[in-house]
Design a protein around this ligand. Structure first.
Ligand SMILES: [Zn+2]
Length: 276
């Protein structure tokens, strides 16, 4: 499933080629994504200039003059950029094409849990859209730090791992990234979020940013790298220090890494240097 780093890399790749460009054509081959693509979408986009493409949580936001195209990759979606004059033939699950001045962005989504929605500026701020309004803090937002995490988790009885995965406090810390961040910050994944000290949250906030930044770097070069369900994760896991390493020696202390299932998700930790 595409996680925040893959979506960030996609946003950057799309922005590089499409920011400032005018949409010359929109072709929709299959409207049946998670929600049916609106009949008026092509009309809304064609002829409009793309001001910029960015990301909020795992949503890609294409800001145009009169509204915002919201794209979510679901379980298996990916956007790929081609130059129109040498674009390969369309593949089976390529459902949508957006063309701008010689470049084509193609949305491929085999499982079709992704979404493509138009939000007119006249309907209000896109960040208040029901899909976006309740997302947690962005991990790269300057306001996100240890003090902020500490304040946001007072009174929380759930485990820190589950608080991170829920995405309502901070977005984008999926299972692998939560596991790795907690390992780096030496916090046991089952520790109650409300009992972690400010000092430890300072370490955790820094770890979350470092882990996500590394994953974004590893996903960096082309859209093709992560088109599968596990693309960047697959590369990232080569660098993981805890995730998927049960029975192998902790890189810090040599104790075998343990695996446990928390909220139906596998989690990995060092029982010696990750403390409750
Ligand atoms: Zn250890």
């Amino acid at each position: 499933m595409p996680e925040l780093p893959e979506v960030e890399v996609t946003a950057r790749a799309l922005a590089r080629r499409f920011d400032g460009q005018r949409v010359t054509a929109v072709r929709i081959y299959n409207r049946q994504l998670r929600w049916r693509i609106s009949e008026s979408l092509a009309h809304c986009l064609t002829g409009e200039r793309i001001e910029h493409i960015s990301r909020r949580g795992k949503y890609l936001l294409w800001y145009l003059r009169s509204g915002v195209l919201i794209s979510h990759l679901g379980m298996s979606g990916s956007w790929r950029v081609h130059e129109a004059r040498c674009a390969p033939a369309r593949e089976r699950h390529d459902h949508v094409e957006v063309e701008c001045n010689g470049a084509i962005a193609r949305l491929n989504d085999p499982r079709r849990f992704g979404a493509l929605l138009w939000h007119a500026h006249s309907c209000g701020d896109v960040l208040r859209h029901p899909l976006l309004a309740h997302l947690g803090m962005e991990p790269f937002d300057p306001r996100f730090d240890g003090d902020w995490l500490f304040a946001a988790t007072r009174g929380r009885r759930s485990s820190i791992k589950q608080v991170l995965l829920a995405g309502k406090t901070v977005v984008g810390v999926g299972n692998i990234y939560a596991t790795e961040s907690l390992f780096a910050a030496r916090i046991h994944p089952q520790t109650r979020a409300g009992r972690i000290t400010r000092r430890r949250y300072v370490r955790l906030a820094a770890a979350i940013r470092a882990v996500l930044a590394q994953a974004i770097d590893l996903g960096g070069s082309t859209l093709r790298d992560f088109r599968g369900a596990d693309g960047v994760n697959g590369r990232y896991t080569d660098f993981a220090q805890a995730y998927g390493r049960q029975g192998r020696a902790c890189v810090r202390c040599g104790t075998p890494i343990r695996r446990l299932v928390l909220g139906q998700r596998a989690t990995y930790f060092c029982p010696r240097c990750q403390r409750p």
